[in-house]
Design a protein around this ligand. Sequence first.
Ligand code: C2E
Ligand code: CA
Ligand code: CA
Length: 757
Amino acid sequence: MTSQSRSHHLPRQILFFMLIGVIIFAGSGLYTFQQIASRLDAGAASNSQARVTEGLASLQTHVRLFSKDYNNWTDVYAAAWRGDIAFIANNYGITANQGEIFELALMFGGPFKRPISWIENGSRSPGGLIFSAETVASAVLALEAQDQTRPSVDFFAVEGGRAVIVTASYLLPDPDQVVTRETVRASAVTMIGRHLSGRDLAIIEQDAGISDLQITTSPKPGYLSIPLPDVTSSNSLYLSWKAAQPGSALVGQLAPVIAIVSTAFVALAALATWLVCKNARQLILREVEARELARTDALTGLPNRLSFNEAVQHELTNIASEFALVMIDIDRLKQTNDVFGHAVGDCILRNFSENLQLCADPGTFIARLGGDEFCAIVRGSGAAERAQAFLAVLEVRCSKPVKVQGENVHLSFSAGIATHALGEHVEETLRKADLALLRGKSALEERVGVYDINMDLADKSTLLLEQALRGALRNPDEFRVVYQSIMPANGEEVLRVEALARWTNPILGSVGPDQFIRVAEQTGLISELGWIIIDKVLTDLATTQEVCASINVSPLQLMKPDFVSDLLLRLEQAGIATARIQIELTENVMIRNQQAILDRIREIRSVGIKVALDDFGTGFSAISYLTATDFDSIKIDGSLLRSASESQSRKDFFNSVVSLSRAVCGNVVVEGIETSEQAQMAESSGADAFQGYLYGLPAAFNITCGPQLLPNMINKAATKEVTEGFNERLQRETRFQETATVFNLHSLSYPRATSSC
Ligand code: C2E
Ligand code: CA
Ligand code: CA
């Protein structure tokens, strides 16, 4: 589970725990409250039981005390034994009849042949048995069980359906007379008692602080009860009363308060939960936003590098299908920023990212990795081909200039494509895409590189050359410049030579300019190298006033913002007029970003430096830019001349290219003339000047162009002769080319360098 999905559950978790908290809190509160209430109730119950028991005991004590007086009475004892019932009735019975001290009296056994009794408000003449036979028998047994001379038993009994407090004892002489056990056993048993009255109950009620005390025949449900102790084995009467329930009463009293407090508590808890959940939701939203922001490029709104890394990882772990990584770089964004300002640069980036999104398939993931770097993940089968198609559409879209703040800005890009091989580490795929991009960047025609293994091989030799080149830049003596004359057709013009760079490395030996110029361009060293060559040329030119030089300049150096001002400064320092310099730009440079190049050409020409279009006929040979720009010179590539000898149609084509070039430019040079036949063809085409081994091999300045050689060099007849000296020089130059190409790995194809040997 991701931390994001975990945090999404947070509000529900808070709600759950809050609910549990409220339930536990309320439950434990209620439980505690109920416990207190029931303890209070239980305490009150046992208290009332004790009080009621006490009340009963006190009533029994009264009866027992009177029983003690009346049953230990010698006169009555004697009357009983003499059979004087009247005496007993007048002393004993009358007390029962009046009911003030006791209300019932029963005598049996001993001298009495039958039981005699008196009751309150009854007759003076004695009645019979007033209690049940079971009660009487049980009382006798209880008395006999006591090991005392004057035993007594207190109990409750029923008479006429009413509860009676009874004390049973023996009818004996006064306490000061000693009685024996035998005497006691032989005596009559007397039971005196009084009814348990409503008044008695009221007093107990009052003393015990209880209510609704009543006599029941069984424990009354919902009431507290105690049995009225019977003398028989079973109790037939109970005292029942309404239990005082202080706890329950408290609950009853506090219930509304508790209800209000609980409701308020639940409401507060609910409010707190709602607030916490709301805040949690906001926090989650903010977290999601922050995550989103951390993954989004602020300027373009595209996913950023972090998001790209995650997408790639997701691709690897979750999706088994093929995918291709496309690294895309906007060309010259830094220069655009420098020239037009960062606001324009930002507009371009936004515009480009919109174009990227519009041109890509819906399933393609696009991210801005930073600066001018973008990357796309093209998914599914045939990913590399679909990536190429996507880039082709993008190129068409970008071909129209973008109007930003009133400026027409031309947008172009380079790209590299690498397909992810199954099981390959993604870093490796990224490296391949980067390498392909590097190729795309350094190629002049095809700006989209598709990775293949040869790129890696070439990269290794490039790396080797780059290292050597970096060393050489610190030691410029490894470089030298040779010059090849450009022969004018009329023989009267100023001598012009083309400066060609040479590099001899102590370890690598001679390296052809085709190779080291390319590596310098790929590794960003070209400007530094270019200025070394230019400085050397200017030093040579400073030795004479009569020679003009054509200098090959890489478009990468040409498009540096300070190129023109730097060149002018150097010319001024060397004391060389701008008119003596011509810059050669290869035709392929015109394929991309025409407008910027054309602007730069105009700037160069405006300061008096000439510009030649080099290698015409090898690239797109677009007529459009020939008419749009005034080049000072057009150089027809030697390959066109060589193919002209193959057929009449090719010859016608060659002638028409020369004618067309002459129509738009006053000076057309045919390059690569090696034989007299080629020279003848070039001359008859109407070209203005010629260049090639036939006219002069590239050589050191003093040999080739020194003032002493000037007359020979402008003498066409003399140069047309293949002299011994020429052969020697040709061999030497060819040997240079051969040694130079020895280093040329076969995986790298440089057709011109190999074909020139
Ligand atoms: P490029 O500008 O077209 O220069 C002419 C090339 O043709 C030179 O090759 C020259 O030696 C060769 N060449 C001259 N005559 C003949 C001929 O009759 N037959 C044949 N087959 N070749 C002939 P190089 O010196 O090897 O230079 C190759 C390329 O390297 C140049 O082509 C130019 O594009 C580049 N390069 C040379 N020096 C410089 C430099 O200083 N700066 C820059 N940026 N590029 C340079
Ligand atoms: Ca050239
Ligand atoms: Ca050329």
